[in-house]
Design a binder for this molecule. Sequence first.
Ligand code: AMP
Length: 191
Amino acid sequence: MSRQARIVLLGPPGAGKGTQATFLAGKLAIPHISTGDMMRAAVAAGGELAGRLKVFVDAGQLVPDGLIIDVVRDRLSRADCQGGYLLDGFPRTLEQARALDELLLDMGADLTHVVELRVPLDELTERLIKRGQSSGRSDDNAEVIRERMRVYDNQTRPLSEYYEHSGRLTVIDGVGSIDDIRARLAAVIGA
Ligand code: AMP
């Protein structure tokens, strides 16, 4: 597929963003940029920053905007992003969303799709607790899950309105089988 796609996938923890992003990015042959994966890799790699990052990740809190914006700016400037990319887990605050818009403006590009996977809270918690049994993620336990939901409500949910205002948001129902959601997403993206 040659048409450029610059996609933001929005949705709360447990909405299935990672699963769907992996599939979609593969299908479109564009990089899947998961800031969560990048943060976990940075923690695992050790070094100066790792200790600081781990505190935020383990607590279910967002790492500081300035830091994550720098990481994403650097990643998007790499050659493999010239044909498009799929952002999973970024932006997560209004400041990040504004920074991304500025970055895109500088690059003379715009997002082609902003898609939100919408899933009710009780279903999310159930999914995350289940995932925690196999994911090995330090933040998939009941207490941290509650904190991540709270952070989502306070800091990330306002992004729906931000993108809706600028006419860029498409919401899809994130309840159903992985295949169902994959089909809904593909229909929106035209993949
Ligand atoms: P995720 O796998 O997307 O749920 O991300 C796991 C953790 O990485 C989050 O709980 C944050 O601590 C950190 N993180 C990932 N993306 C961001 C972001 N865009 N802004 C701030 N922190 C982030």
